[in-house]
Design a protein around this ligand. Structure first.
Ligand code: FE2
Length: 122
C-alpha cells in the first residue's frame, strides 16, 4: 500500500530497528510477555492470578497503543491516508480492548482478587 517492496524494506530498515540491534522484534513487548509468563507460573490464588493476567494484558495493550499511535501519526505526516486510516482503526481496537480489560478489573476481578488474598493469607 505504501509502495515498499521486500528489498526496500531491507535497504531502509527503521531507525529504531538499527538502534535496537537490527532486530525487528519489540524488546519491550518481549519483556512484557516474559513477565506475564513468570506471573502465570507463580503460586497465587486463582482470583489474584486473574487480576495479574488482566494487568499484564493491559501492559500489552498500552504498548500496542503507543506503537499504533506513533505509526498512525507518521502515516498521516507522510500523506499515507489509507495506511493512516487502517492504523487508526487498529488503534481504536486496542483502546477498546484496554477499556474492556479495565471494565473487567474494576467491576469484579480486582474485588475477587482482594477477597482471595484475604482468605488465603489468614
Ligand atoms: Fe491488543
Amino acid at each position: 500500500m505504501i509502495g515498499a517492496d521486500e528489498d526496500s524494506v531491507k535497504d531502509h530498515s527503521g531507525l529504531l530497528s538499527r538502534l535496537m540491534g537490527s532486530s525487528t522484534t519489540c524488546q519491550a513487548m518481549e519483556g512484557v510477555i516474559k513477565e506475564g509468563a513468570k506471573v502465570m507460573a507463580a503460586d497465587m490464588s486463582p482470583e489474584v492470578m486473574d487480576a495479574a493476567i488482566v494487568a499484564g494484558s493491559q501492559k500489552i495493550e498500552h504498548l500496542e497503543i503507543a506503537g499504533y499511535g506513533t505509526a498512525r501519526t507518521y502515516a498521516e505526516n507522510l500523506g499515507l491516508t489509507e495506511a493512516a486510516n487502517l492504523l487508526q482503526q487498529t488503534l481504536d481496537e486496542e483502546y477498546q480492548a484496554d477499556q474492556i480489560l479495565t471494565g473487567l478489573a474494576v467491576s469484579v476481578i480486582n474485588e475477587r482478587a482482594e477477597a482471595g488474598v484475604s482468605s488465603n493469607s489468614y
